[in-house]
Design a protein around this ligand. Structure first.
Ligand SMILES: [Mg+2]
Length: 442
């Protein structure tokens, strides 16, 4: 593959490049650059004003340069004259430390220094709504238990087939699509990959799903809980750690007999300690994995119409059982069921590595495996922390977790906490109907 984006444009008939980066709130920002200007942009970067996005900068900051990462380029399958390319943010010759893709790249480097290469797959659930976002797009999709509904998935065949075809063309290895547990909700799965590739694909997937849905007259949303009473949008992550990146990976460092309960489910000693890090830092990680006010309507939620939220409420792990925060479905990997559709694709992967590496360093113990149905018997669990009840509690938990904060980077953590606290203050100063209903006649 040529390293030169101008040559890539000539080979593929690309007219425009979208030089794209993701800000602290997960927003994807881009500039459209004509192919004839891409050579200069590849060398010198595309200039952005950081303050105009969700990054902790002022209008007085110098230009932030988005340097395209050639390895991430994707020709838009639905508009082949345009190519999307993820960029790394640089200011005055230095990586912007608070930028999510840079946070992830730094942690990938730290893992590589000790010979570990994290691979993940994400399950980015979404709803198809009417264009105003107010109703489920398919008015016939009303079943109380709509998961795997054969008729309902076929009524949206034109949308999901188009997305799946594009993933096939891109070589992502998509392998299944279904109607999920909420009315109007879908999930499409593709192969797991090196963590940076997964984060780029996750970003692009959101862009692609929204674009295809719009073209069909619908609105796709990854919002954690878009419809009261229905199952929310999770973004479960399957995690394994290998001896080498890409195709060179041969040995799964997490697979092994190990000792004790983690060994019984096929996690090696390093898999156990990595999981121990996830468990230890879970309450703080939530600020990243469940980053919006709305996220807390999905976790800790009351039972949905379908019978289960499929989201955790407590920091527990188990074998092949979907009612816990972490499930170990088979040897050599685990599934983190905490994250939701609002999670920033880069920070999500970064915080998993940060917590896991700290677990390895500290030889963290994940605690006992619990084999109960958490939705029915969760109230009986003693000694496991409850997940934060709202965004403010999560931000405070993150702020208290000094080792996770420093593993994610001091500059990133300070910027993230500052902007998210501002967002929280904005939320609590918003007057709601609930307040009037409950307070008007007091
Ligand atoms: Mg699912």
């Amino acid at each position: 593959m040529t390293q030169d984006l101008a040559a890539y444009a000539a080979e593929r008939g690309i007219k425009y490049f979208m030089i794209s980066f993701t800000d602290l709130f997960g927003g994807q920002r881009a500039k459209l650059v004509p192919a004839q200007a891409i050579a200069d942009m590849q060398e010198n970067g595309a200039g952005f004003a950081g303050f105009a996005t969700w990054l902790d900068m002022t209008p007085a900051h110098p230009d932030m340069l988005a340097m395209p990462d050639r390895s991430s380029v994707i020709q838009l399958p639905w508009k082949p004259e345009v190519a999307w390319v993820a960029a790394n943010l640089v200011m005055q010759g230095e990586d912007v430390a608070q930028a999510p893709r840079n946070v992830l790249r730094k942690l990938i480097g730290e893992a590589a220094e000790i010979g570990l290469h994290v691979k993940t797959g994400v399950e980015a659930e979404f709803f198809l709504l009417t264009p105003d976002g107010e109703a489920i797009s398919d008015e016939k999709d009303t079943a109380a238990k709509p998961c795997y509904d054969q008729q309902a998935v076929m009524r949206r065949y034109d949308v999901v087939r188009e997305i799946c075809d594009y993933m096939l063309d891109l070589g992502w290895g998509p392998y299944q699509t279904d109607h999920e547990d909420a009315n109007g909700q879908f999930e499409m799965n593709w192969d797991f990959d090196d963590v940076l590739q997964t984060a780029d694909k996750h970003s692009f997937f959101k862009f692609m799903v929204k674009s295809v849905a719009e073209a069909h007259g619908f609105r796709a949303t990854f919002m954690p809980k878009p419809v009261k009473g229905l199952t929310g949008n999770g973004c479960h992550v399957h995690v394994s750690v290998w001896d080498a990146p890409g195709e060179a990976a041969t040995t799964n460092a997490f697979a092994g007999a190990g000792e004790g309960q983690t060994g019984e489910v096929g996690l090696s000693e390093s898999g156990k300690h990595f999981l121990g890090g996830i468990m230890r830092h879970a309450s703080a990680m939530v600020a990243i994995t469940n980053p919006t006010v709305n996220s807390y309507k999905r976790i800790n939620a009351p039972r949905t119409i379908s019978g289960a939220t499929w989201a955790p409420n407590t920091v527990t792990w188990t074998g092949n059982n979907r009612t816990h925060m972490v499930r170990v479905p088979g040897p050599g990997r685990f599934e983190l069921r905490l994250p939701d559709g609002a999670a920033n694709p880069y920070l999500l992967q970064a915080v998993i590595i940060a917590a896991g590496l700290d677990g390895l360093r500290q030889k963290a113990d994940p605690g006992i495996r619990r084999d109960i149905d958490m939705y029915a018997e969760g109230h009986k669990v003693r000694g496991a922390p409850k997940l934060p009840l709202n965004m403010l509690d999560a931000l405070r938990a993150y702020d208290r977790d000094k080792s996770l904060k420093s593993a994610m980077g001091g500059a990133f953590s300070a910027a993230f906490l500052k902007l998210k606290h501002r967002e929280w203050n904005d939320f609590v100063s918003h007057f709601s109907r609930w307040e009037k209903d409950h307070t008007l006649d007091i």
